[in-house]
Design a protein around this ligand. Structure first.
Ligand SMILES: [Zn+2]
Length: 306
């Protein structure tokens, strides 16, 4: 297996709207799409890239782009390639996130750091010298950040891909940054790692996608993969519904989880032969099997959550 090489290339940045650029991930695994959004007074950076070296490149790019304007940083969720560079921005930018994300970063950051370091040498290289960040500003549900002549809306999406997912929208440009709630060209990422992390929820994720799709943004910037139109949101919703339905119809017939995974994986690969990240189908099925069990309990009258 070849090593990962999760390196952000700031020179590939391109303008999506007036004073709004994206540093695209170029289809490279564990590199996120990074946004830089300007107003007359300040500039907001969305995502850091993995580790201090990537974050240093993003910070240098943003500082040059800002030309003296104040810098803000936010991250769509706590996962390493999105947020594990935020410490590099300390003292240079105000780091703000939703409360749920801040809590999740504090709770799971150390174990994710250890897990990712153990995955591969290229990842370990980028995570060398990482210190987990502490946000400067935390808000509960919604925060309207005024950049000067442009207000960017930061919103807690509610638990879906992670416990603390955040969506960033730029209403005057019709642009929405979704983080890993949306990917293009790959299967939805289910970080389902029982017993350590079981916060991802396929069911809540479907609800979040329906809500976001109803807003009809002009441009959707996914966590990874090409930016596109509002159809990206509908596509993810459709995929998650199919994953749920195909999993549950088999679960209802008391099939073993192993067999369900095998059958659903084959079916979804046939449906999307060009998508990568096939290993996430298995995790998605396992997550939805657990949510099926919870659904049955709910049906007999308990409201307890998993
Ligand atoms: Zn993620």
């Amino acid at each position: 297996m070849t090593e990962y090489n999760p390196v952000v290339r700031v020179e590939e940045s391109r303008e999506l709207a007036r004073d709004l650029v994206v540093i695209p991930n170029r289809g490279v695994e564990l590199v996120p799409n990074i946004g830089v959004i300007g107003g007359s007074q300040a500039v907001l950076v969305v995502e850091t890239g993995m580790g201090p070296r990537n974050a240093q490149a993003v910070l240098a790019f943003a500082a040059e782009y800002a030309r003296g304007r104040k810098l803000y940083l936010t991250t769509t969720h706590f996962h390493p390639e999105h947020a594990f560079g935020a410490r590099t921005f300390a003292g240079q930018a105000t780091f703000l996130v939703n409360q749920e994300q801040a809590g999740e970063l504090a709770a799971k950051g150390p174990s994710y750091l250890e897990m990712f370091r153990g995955l591969d040498g290229g990842i370990a290289r980028e995570l060398r010298g990482v210190e987990l960040p502490t946000p400067d500003l935390v808000y509960p549900d919604v925060y309207d950040l005024d950049l000067g002549g442009r207000v960017v809306r930061l919103r807690a999406a509610g638990r879906a891909h992670s416990r603390g997912d955040q969506v960033v929208t730029v209403p005057d440009a019709g642009v929405m940054f979704t983080g890993d709630l949306v990917e293009t060209g790959q299967f939805a990422i289910f970080p389902w790692f029982p017993p350590h992390d079981t916060d991802v929820s396929g069911l809540r994720w479907i609800e979040v996608m329906d809500r976001l799709a109803a807003e009809r943004p002009r441009v959707v910037v996914p966590g990874h993969g090409e930016a596109g139109g509002p159809e990206l949101l509908a596509d993810v919703g459709d995929y998650l519904r199919l994953l749920r339905d195909e999993t549950w119809v088999r679960r209802d017939s008391a099939m073993s989880e192993e067999t369900i995974i095998e059958e659903v994986r084959a079916l979804l690969i046939e449906r999307h032969p060009e998508w990568c990240g096939r290993e996430w189908i298995d995790k998605g099925v396992a997550c939805l099997c657990a949510e099926h069990a919870w659904g049955s309990k709910a049906r007999v009258g308990t409201t307890e959550e998993k």
